[in-house]
Design a protein around this ligand. Sequence first.
Ligand code: PLP
Length: 406
Amino acid sequence: MSYDVDAIRAQFPGLDDAREGKPFAYLDSAATTQKPRCVLDAVARWLGPAYGTVHRGLYRRSVASTQAYEDARATVARFLNADAKEVVFTMGTTDAINLVAWSWGRSRLKPGDQVLVTGMEHHADIVPWQVTAPITGAELVACPLLDDGSLDEAAFDRLLASGRVKLVGLVHIANSLGTVNPVRRLAAKARAAGATVLIDAAQSAPHVPLDVATLGCDFLAFSGHKVYGPTGIGVLWGRGEVLESMPPWRGGGEMIERVSFERTTFAAPPARFEAGTPPIVEAIALATALEWLMAIGLEAVAAHEHDLFTYAEGLMAQVPGLRRIGTAPERAGVLSFTLPGAHPADIAAVLDMENVAIRAGHHCAQPVMARFGVPATARASLGCYTTRADLDRLAAGLHKAVKLFG
Ligand code: PLP
């Protein structure tokens, strides 16, 4: 069946936002995606007539909520080709990486150990390590990037060879550059060097099929709001035996076996890492989003976005003076750029007047900005609902910006 982008768009009320006769071109899906109607309906149902708490109540409403919440976990497991016991609900990617840093990191890292991340990580995979590593005496090191925004793999190999690296944090698709990292290969090298591997899949989960059985990582994190689901929900997948071996990081209800003032014992994962009343509705609606995405097919979405990406690159090549930031051989989803004489915020403002929404800033990747010698970039990013017409309007707006600022 061919990819019917119009039928997909028709399911997104958030895209229906014409201004002064100009249709809305939403090109900020890397920041957050719009939501299909089925997700809005799921929120309305599970927050409305079906609402009830989970894991506690014996009445029908609560039993149904509990079932839907645990079914949501099973859906996430299917999305990742994992076991449901390995799926921990978090508040998002940031929260998931903090979980690893506080639980795994604080209990495993020792003085002299290193956490190795790439120079293109989002702050979410840098700062949690900067907060926790010093407590343990470990240090954070970053693998440099090549001029095209790809990882300097020779440097990666050298850094691993120190024998000190205990955890490697790898962003799958860099949100500031669009670089697609060869995570399977890098994870294999890291594991061969004795390191535990965490993949930040915040940008890849909406764009490419993920299979933790073959990725070769120990942890993988992603956010609900970037895969057409709600905010406030995300996932940490952890390899079963690794999760089993980790201490809790937050204490409270639901994560315990028995509590007394003398001694408390903790529940098995994933409950051990889900203290308190969880984001019930968000988890269920995330599963709705993932079911919806899987029904379209991640391969079909990837092919659609690949076609658009190539088209967008062709259009951008015709904009005088436009500098692309991030030209690695493998790239996807995100097009970062600057224009001479224009601050990225000005570019975004000109485009907004055309009802074209892009992002401008450091994209929570200040080390990347420093590496490329820019304070910020403008960034257009794609989603399953993006069309060539959206990109044509982006290009027309960019030509306008060149005239204004050039
Ligand atoms: N990692 C990457 C690559 C991202 O793009 C983002 C968000 O932009 C994050 C982590 C953080 O995600 P969240 O803010 O949903 O926790």
